[in-house]
Write a protein that binds this ligand. Sequence first.
Ligand code: PHE
Length: 339
Amino acid sequence: LRAQALEAIQNSTDDQAINEARVKFLGKKGPITAVLRGMKDLSKEERPKVGQFANEIRDQIQVALDEKRAAIEAARLNQQLVSETLDVTLPGRPVIQGQPHVIQQIIDQIIDLFVGMGYEVATGHEVEEEVYNFEKLNLPKDHPARDMQDTFYITPSILMRTQTSPMQARMMEKHDFSRGPLKMISPGKVYRRDTDDATHSHQFHQVEGIVIGEHITMADLKGTLEAVAQNLFGDELSVRLRPSYFPFTEPSVEADITCFNCHGQGCSICKQTGWIEALGAGMVHPNVLKMSGVDPEVYGGFAFGLGPDRFAMLKYGVEDIRNFYLNDMRFLTQFDQKG
Ligand code: PHE
């Protein structure tokens, strides 16, 4: 029996076999238990001998079981150590690193420029009150110029802002002019009820700019816009202002930048004019100042609104604005700043 048991234990290679051997030889229905149970039928003389012998065998089997179990456990641990070894010399898998979207890159560049000139940056609400988007910008209800910007209304008084200009009013209302002029840019998304095509997107971006203080002139506006043009498109470019119309500026202008491609010589990008239409701007209308609690007799200044989408298209020769919003990585990774 002992030999049988020890052999069975030796041949066990896993926990289950060990367990079976234990049940078979030491279990309640096993031979040892049977012998020990049968003791009562033995004579007084035989009992201690048989008992001792049975106990010995039981102990030996138990020891063998314990040893084997430990051996199996050790073997498993070893195998695990081998199979889970890390080869620290293997080259790593490349991690795809994200990067700012090309439009955000342009916005960040504009922010850097203006922060360097002492402007504050304020982001507003994409869901805006009609009052701020239109009324306080000198666009009363039924003003025909509202047709210039097809609007997504949420309720009659709440809308998706069609421009970042509401931030002009919001910031002027908050500003304490006794502490100096207001100099602010406001980048963000704007929405218009347009049908998307190569040059229209129902959602695009603007960066609003406003400077209000004493003795601010149109020359300041021109100089500021020139700084933008040179920062984004190249040194030595200049800006020209053409008369235009916005209800919230008077006079209003459309600013053109010298064509960065031909430097004013005339090429296909600037349609042979030497100039590229860049943005809308003007001197803030006295009505707008008044409605935001600013005295037009004392303070005044300029505002502009530029389109980073348009700037990105110009700068990189992108012909379809929809490319910016399709999230095609083949397109977007072209603008990887890490090169
Ligand atoms: N908000 C105008 C637009 O979206 C741009 C603009 C801003 C014009 C500020 C003048 C002053 O067309």
